[in-house]
Design a protein. Structure first.
Length: 172
């Protein structure tokens, strides 16, 4: 019995170790921005106007777009940028949760604002995070959009999207 319990425990620990999500770094070198996403995400667009990573397995994407250079940026600009992202996924205020200036993106030398909720992409409902960020020590502003399907993977995709936002930083 003791050996059986040890075998079961070992199997559980091995399964838990393999179930952990491995993250990899992505760098938007055009603007010295970086973030981490699961290793099943791949770069699908890398231009001066957009950086997108996506996972076909999860049906999830994260897009970061530069907006303008302005030395006077503040959180009100970030709010407007997050709203631009929200509109780009066809979201309406009636079906989103808004959170004011957030600790989620107050790291890595960035400040900002995020909105998360549910939107309709054509006929499909999607969950999204929309973020407006700026570097208080720099001049560039960005908005980012993370989208994923409303399905059984919602909880893990919610956590993944949040972790992507939390990992955003200015890279040297």
């Amino acid at each position: 019995m003791k050996n059986f319990l040890m075998i079961i425990s070992a199997m559980f620990l091995t399964t838990a170790a393999f179930a952990q999500i491995q993250y990899t770094s992505f760098n938007y070198k055009s603007y010295k921005m970086g973030f981490k996403a699961p290793s099943d995400f791949k770069i699908t667009k890398n231009t001066t106007t957009e950086f997108t990573v996506a996972s076909t397995e999860r049906g999830a994407t994260f897009t970061l777009r530069p907006v303008k250079e302005d030395a006077t940026v503040d959180v009100s600009d970030a709010v407007e940028l997050a709203k631009i992202g929200m509109v780009s996924v066809n979201a309406q205020y009636t079906n989103v949760t808004t959170v004011e200036e957030s600790a989620v993106i107050l790291g890595g030398n960035l400040n900002g604002y995020y909105i998360n909720g549910t939107a309709t992409n054509g006929t499909t409902k999607i969950n999204f995070w929309s973020v407006g960020v700026y570097n208080p020590n720099g001049t560039i502003q960005f908005y980012g959009i993370s989208t994923y399907p409303v399905d059984r993977r919602t909880t893990s995709n919610y956590d993944i999207s949040r972790r992507i936002l939390q990992s955003m930083q200015v890279i040297p």
